[in-house]
Design a binder for this molecule. Structure first.
Ligand SMILES: Nc1ncnc2c1ncn2[C@@H]1O[C@H](COP(=O)(O)OP(=O)(O)OP(=O)(O)O)[C@@H](O)[C@H]1O
Ligand SMILES: [Mg+2]
Length: 249
């Protein structure tokens, strides 16, 4: 992890949503300047509606910014070569209800053109990694919310991505599974991956993120290493609340 290797850079990134029927516009991301280093776990934090998911969708090339610059692994995010190297867990996973876990991962593995032998090995490894071994043949429509979330997480890793973007990875998971997911994230970092996650679970973010950004109303309020941002005795939660209150007043 070093500042001279930058995985993601945004410059004055702005996204304005224009709603069809209403005259008003929403500035979801407002002149955002981010630098995310290779090999770090970076937390994108902020209250509901602060622009986290919008930022993530822009980084993935799913949304175009209104203005500003984005570079992901040195390239514009809509380039195919970049997409091949990214894994993404959306806020809500859209899984095919009639496929089981193996078939779901096989479908995505084929999309990435992973050769059969490697694909099957990876599917088996990922199913075990997220603890779905006993449910691998059950159709996804029978899954609990947490099981579906775990399959979504496995899906995000199917292409062995260098950059992993997780929108609220532990939401809906029981404490035991959330702990396992955090351990997997730390392990992915050890393998040299870059991980960006959004989360409302600030205690979790505090334990696993190297650096965080706190957004409010689309604007960057604070960014830095967790260790450096926190005063003695302060937690990420108290810093978060203080930061949001200060930006409101
Ligand atoms: N498709 C859309 N059309 C219009 N406005 C949108 C759209 N998507 C998001 N917004 C608005 O943009 C702002 C930021 O939303 P976004 O989903 O990025 O927030 P978030 O930080 O991910 O929130 P949460 O913590 O609730 O997931 C909000 O005001 C939201 O209403
Ligand atoms: Mg969101």
């Amino acid at each position: 992890m070093s500042p001279d290797k930058i995985a993601i850079k945004t410059e004055n990134l702005t996204k304005v949503y224009k709603t069809t029927f209403s005259r008003y516009q929403v500035k979801a991301v407002d002149n955002l300047n981010l630098e995310i280093y290779e090999g770090e776990i970076f937390g994108l934090l902020g209250p509901n509606g602060s622009g986290k998911t919008t930022t993530i969708k822009i980084l993935l090339g799913l949304l175009f910014p209104t203005s500003g610059l984005v570079r992901v692994l040195g390239k514009p995010p809509d380039e195919v070569i970049v997409k091949d190297r990214i894994g993404f867990l959306p806020e809500e996973s859209y899984l095919y209800r009639f496929l089981n876990a193996e078939e779901t991962l096989d479908f995505y593995g084929r999309l990435f053109r992973i050769p059969r032998k490697e694909r099957l090995a990876r599917i088996d490894h990922l199913i075990k990694l997220v603890g779905l071994d006993d449910a691998r043949k059950r159709p996804v429509k029978e899954y609990s919310k947490g099981m579906a979330r775990r399959l979504g997480f496995a899906q995000a890793l199917i292409n062995d991505p260098a950059l992993i973007i997780l929108d609220e990875p532990t939401s809906g998971l029981d404490p035991l599974v959330a702990r396992q997911v955090k351990d997997i994230i730390l392990d992915l970092q050890k393998q040299g991956k870059t991980i960006i996650l959004s989360s409302h679970l600030l205690a979790d973010a505090e334990t696993i993120c190297n650096r965080v950004a706190i957004l409010h109303q689309g604007q960057l309020q604070k960014m830095g290493a967790v260790k450096e941002l926190l005063q003695p005795g302060e937690t990420l939660e108290t810093l978060f609340l203080k930061t949001i209150q200060a930006s409101r007043s």
